[in-house]
Design a protein around this ligand. Sequence first.
Ligand SMILES: NC(=O)c1ccc[n+]([C@@H]2O[C@H](COP(=O)([O-])OP(=O)(O)OC[C@H]3O[C@@H](n4cnc5c(N)ncnc54)[C@H](OP(=O)(O)O)[C@@H]3O)[C@@H](O)[C@H]2O)c1
Length: 262
Amino acid sequence: MDLHLKGKVAVVGGGSSGIGFAIAQRLVTEGAKVLIWARRETLLQEAATRLRAIEGAEVVICAADIKSPEDNLRVIRAAVAAFGRIDILVNNDGAPPKGALLDFDDEAWHQALQQNLMSVVRMSREAVPHLRAAGGGSIINITALSVLQPVAGFGLSVASWAGLLGYAKTLSLEIGPDHITVNTICPGRIDTPLSRRSFTRVAKGDAEKEAAARAKLDLETPVRRIGKPEDVADIVSFLVSPLAAFITGTTIPVDGGRSAAI
Ligand SMILES: NC(=O)c1ccc[n+]([C@@H]2O[C@H](COP(=O)([O-])OP(=O)(O)OC[C@H]3O[C@@H](n4cnc5c(N)ncnc54)[C@H](OP(=O)(O)O)[C@@H]3O)[C@@H](O)[C@H]2O)c1
């Protein structure tokens, strides 16, 4: 199916790894020009080399930290400088630290809000004029299933992303008339370097324990497997395409059926 993304310009956060890389890969395959960004330049360069192996790929990188207001603006400006327009903004990165809510001080809360909420506020504010100038576009936020179904120990993410859900829904009302859609994805467990690190941490280096932890999660998922980054990239590529122009303001779990709600 042609998603009509050829020549569109996308800014993809966390594009050097996991979900962000898979989204960038899918968009490049569909003919979009992509700026990927994250903090570590070496990993970005490696990712860009892989993406540039795709026929017709136009990929640029920008090393930046999502918690820095200056970097948020620099990323948007770098995309416009490279490609002259922006059609698609994918807000995605790592995650705030885990831990019990009562153990986090004001500074930890400030950092979490910068990472999960204020970065999106700033990136959207800077990008929307370019999306408007392009005649419309899409904003996608990657959050987590835990924002719909809170999990003890994930409170910094849950609380800051809950604010993001309110922001995204309201933004969708305000910029819908400009033909700009805003949708939020809540992935369940996805097989990425981030989740592999957590399996390794739990198993403390014991390969058998690690395999058992993975198998348990596969079994607990209705479709009997955890997700692949491509599971998220597939729906994102559809949502940012003209085929999904009537879908906005949604919050969509991509979780193999794990969310216990109707
Ligand atoms: N994997 C899962 O099971 C899962 C489930 C639910 C939700 N999620 C969410 O999905 C998002 C992506 O996760 P993932 O599994 O793809 O992780 P990942 O493989 O570790 O990739 C994270 C990406 O974000 C970048 N990043 C991290 N911190 C950043 C920062 N402060 N500024 C800019 N870039 C930053 C990383 O590069 P640098 O470190 O070089 O900056 C990397 O490119 C996260 O928000 C995660 O919480 C993941």
